[in-house]
Design a protein around this ligand. Sequence first.
Ligand code: CA
Length: 239
Amino acid sequence: MRQQPGVLIVEDESAIAELIAVNLRHNGFRPTWAMDSATAQRELDAVLPDVILLDWMLPGESGLTLAKRWRANPRTKAVPIIMLTARGDETDRVAGLDAGADDYIVKPFSTKELLARVRAVLRRRAPEQVGGIVAVGALSLDSATYRVSFDAQMLKLGPTEFKLLHYLMTHAERVHSRAQLLDKVWGDHVFIEERTVDVHVKRLREAMGPEAGQMIETVRGAGYRLTAHCASAQPALRT
Ligand code: CA
């Protein structure tokens, strides 16, 4: 029998946490609730959940601080985080994604939307099993072992960045629009804005480092392309 996915709810408002927990339980999830950062950390140390729902405004340490810490920790870095936030403006949402969140939900939200987003991050975490190693230039990705290297140097990527890079590498030298990337990499873009793609591309480039990062080109007005021949590393084209 398939195990029910565990969801850690980090939320100080008990009414909201309870509403979320009840809905998750009714829909086949195993929710646990932590009302502050210390409890959340204890829960994480004990059992790794499949998804973390993380409130931004918590007493003591903020959700943003927690997201950053959990992303930096090798044990928790692959667990998808959905930020719950009352802050709707774009700067805040981008700050949440930059801190390592996979998605965010603006309060007040419907439980239907919440469930859809939880399912979407779980789907996204299960990568397309193409198997084998993909190589573009000095960049190499092994989808079986989740290893990415550039010039034999290992790169550390988050789960979404890995999937994004995998897609770009298996469809290299082609330009992909943000909408296409959302469709192919995220799979369920109903609630995700195209700006999310930019955030993850930025994060991916940073993780790849200055040299390999140049392989991902921004094509003005069109989208992104992964190329083995970076413009900046290449002499002028002769025609
Ligand atoms: Ca709160």
